[in-house]
Design a protein around this ligand. Structure first.
Ligand SMILES: NC(=O)c1ccc[n+]([C@@H]2O[C@H](COP(=O)([O-])OP(=O)(O)OC[C@H]3O[C@@H](n4cnc5c(N)ncnc54)[C@H](OP(=O)(O)O)[C@@H]3O)[C@@H](O)[C@H]2O)c1
Length: 397
């Protein structure tokens, strides 16, 4: 039996996690739920999963939860402890009862609580990007020191984790991460300047939160995954390749020194890697229909176009550079994506803002989570100024 804390329970990964829990009640119970602003969904989750602790990001959302619970049939004596704010996210993972934390808050807000869970030696089902992209060196040091288990929930890293269990790590020469190629895989570069947020949000294979969907359209997300893979599995950036695979059925491959390649293949559904992270090293009944091998299918593989998607190349360069470059990369990208989604900048300006922020914010070696948060803040200030200076050519949905 696992006792869970779900950070980001109202998001795409969070709701999929709770669906896996729903299907395996005998294996999992929920101790704490953490959301941002979506108090209506959190109240529904509280009533269904009956956690002992629930938290939101703001005082307003907290007041809404109190009022909705007061109007519900749940007696006050059975309410969870309720909290809001930065400290509440950390408190949600601290209880000794919690052995497994699903880290699925979007953004840097997910880092401190996940780091705390790592320091407390818990199992982390990791979806949040910032934990390793912004805090990779510190987090991995803490994983080693405290013996915590980092199980990737991202389908590519989860696939890599499964492949790496099959053989001797010392004989693995390459990790190959697949990418769907996003909605603009076949769009000529000249046309990218005028694509709209609605077009960019139309991901061909996955339904995800807005930020990660735009990052998939620019291939920034794949760049983040390269960085995460380096930390998770101790690879140099040059050992991690990306291949475009529009069907998204093969999630990752590893190549041994003799040229043999192992691939991990499963249904394109996030409940697969989430369940794996919860049940590892065991497996249980598939949460979604299995691939039907009686159906004919075609799988394609193409190299990525680094010229058309320069953010992917930038991710390799930042990981090579080390220090806080990847933290700045992430922070600047988040601001640029936000500006794009609000129609304040064009699609190609996302890369320009990120590149310019990297050249303006000096890289440092962060020693604490506080240092990372400060670096993240400074990078955002810079990226915001740059985005504000580009108001001239707005693109609307
Ligand atoms: N979706 C995927 O398939 C996928 C795959 C791999 C990795 N990831 C990564 O996993 C993370 C979550 O992705 P997602 O697609 O699930 O995002 P999402 O649908 O946007 O959900 C984000 C979650 O974070 C919560 N949140 C945001 N700010 C918060 C704060 N300050 N305090 C507490 N909670 C906060 C949101 O709460 P409210 O909605 O209540 O405001 C929501 O529950 C991201 O880092 C993403 O890159 C996602």
């Amino acid at each position: 039996m696992k006792t869970l804390s779900v950070l980001g329970s109202t998001g795409s990964i969070g709701t999929n996690t709770l669906d896996v829990v729903r299907r395996n009640r005998h294996l999992n119970e929920v101790y704490s739920l953490v959301a941002g602003q979506n108090s209506a969904m959190l109240v529904e989750q509280i009533l269904e999963f009956r956690p002992r602790f629930a938290a939101v990001a703001t005082e307003d959302a907290f007041a809404q939860i109190v009022s909705s619970l007061a109007n519900s049939s749940l007696p006050r004596s059975e309410w969870p402890e309720l909290a809001w704010g930065d400290q509440a996210r950390i408190d949600a993972v601290r209880a000794p009862e919690v052995d497994t934390v699903i880290s699925a808050i979007v953004g840097i807000a997910g880092l401190p609580a996940t780091y705390e869970a790592v320091r407390l030696g818990k199992r982390i089902g990791l979806a949040n990007k910032e934990v390793l992209v912004s805090g990779g060196a510190l987090v991995m040091e803490a994983v080693r020191e405290h013996g915590s288990e980092l199980l990737p929930v991202d389908s590519e890293h989860n696939g890599a984790h499964q492949c790496l269990r099959a053989g001797n790590r010392a004989q693995v020469e390459k990790l190959i991460l697949t990418a769907s190629g996003g909605p603009f895989r076949n769009t000529p570069r000249e046309e990218l300047a005028s694509v709209t947020p609605a077009q960019a949000l139309n991901h061909p294979t996955w339904r995800m939160g807005n930020r990660i969907t735009i990052d998939s359209a620019t291939l920034m997300n794949k760049g983040f995954e390269v960085i995460e893979a380096c930390w998770l599995f101790d690879f140099a950036p040059s050992q991690v390749d990306v291949v475009i695979h529009p069907q998204s059925s093969v999630h990752a491959m590893i190549e041994y020194s003799d040229g043999s390649v192992l691939a991990q293949v499963c249904a394109t559904d996030m409940r697969m890697p989430i369940q794996y992270a919860l049940t590892y090293p065991d497996r249980c009944e598939a949460p979604v229909p299995k691939i039907d091998w009686r159906q004919a299918r075609k799988w394609e593989f193409q190299p990525p176009d680094f010229e058309k998607f320069p953010l992917l190349k930038l991710a390799y360069e930042c990981q090579e550079a080390g220090g806080s470059a990847t933290c700045t990369l992430n922070a600047a990208d988040e601001i640029a994506v936000e500006a794009f989604l609000q129609g304040r900048i064009g699609f190609l300006a996302i890369h320009e803002i990120v590149q310019e922020t990297l050249s303006r914010v000096r890289s440092k070696t962060p020693r604490t989570i506080g240092d990372i948060l400060e670096m993240d803040r400074a990078s955002r200030v810079c990226a915001r100024e740059l985005a504000a200076g580009r108001l001239a050519s707005p693109v609307t949905a």
